[in-house]
Design a protein around this ligand. Sequence first.
Ligand SMILES: [Zn+2]
Ligand SMILES: [Zn+2]
Length: 321
Amino acid sequence: MVHSTSFVDRWLWRLRVLDPKSPQRVHVHILTGIVAFHLLALLSCFPWLFSWSGLAWAVGGLYLFGTLGINIGYHRLLTHRGFACPRWVEKTLAILGVCCWEGAPLGWVAVHRMHHQHSDDGSDPHSPKKSFFWSHMGWFLIWDPAIYNLSTYDRYARDLIQDRFYKWLERPHVWQKIHWAHWLAFPVLGAVVGGALTWTWLGALQLALSWLVWGVFVRTVAVWHITWSVNSVTHLWGYRNFPTRDDSRNNWLVGLITNGEGWHNNHHAQPRSASHGMRWWELDVSYLTILLLSRIGLAWDVVKPGPRPLLEQVEEPRTAA
Ligand SMILES: [Zn+2]
Ligand SMILES: [Zn+2]
């Protein structure tokens, strides 16, 4: 597959950010989408667009779409198979993940498994060894033929390629339509509720726009940065429980805002474990959710952390200088 060259590529060649000899090209439509969503999220600065219910959608949406869709669906279930669940639950979690505009599950899972196999070496798709910006968001703004091709997907996500549902979901017109439909649901519902509460067109319009700005734009941008901080911050700053080959860290701030994904050194040490928090203070809301699903019969075969020695148990004892 050949990716055409854009003015952004030529501009970055001149700045020597990209190498003209490399097949890497800027994903112009992704770049445009990311910039547009950030600008649209800034509409939240207008007081007229604020509503407490809109704010509740933004905060609740972090859990509904970010935690259930990305953390539990894309990551702990589809990538690492940390637990099993009924097929309808798996599909629901995957659809919630699609609503975060991080792509369909197949590509996401392939890239993430590649990250685990090559953490912080030259083939890691998003190591901060290149730069903080690269690991946070630069890596997916660039189309790299070494990553985005069928043989890589087949190597890293064969289980999903062989699944008709995920193959169907991977088609851009499918997952993008699902995203637009969920996008549209917010202003439509907002208009109905706003109209019913105020009996005015202005009241309906105000709540429709408020739910759109807070429930979609602000929430999506927040979920992005929260997810991206796992790739960037937790490979740079924090403490380590386990002596892994990579630079993964447990970062308490990222651990809290991601509902458990920030205990990233624990995760690299035991990727299949459904629980990322391994010390008593490492709160893992995503894992608590999986336990709740298991309690009500919607999850089973939950993979628990294994008996792996902690860093202090394997480090050489320090001798006095
Ligand atoms: Zn990592
Ligand atoms: Zn992982």
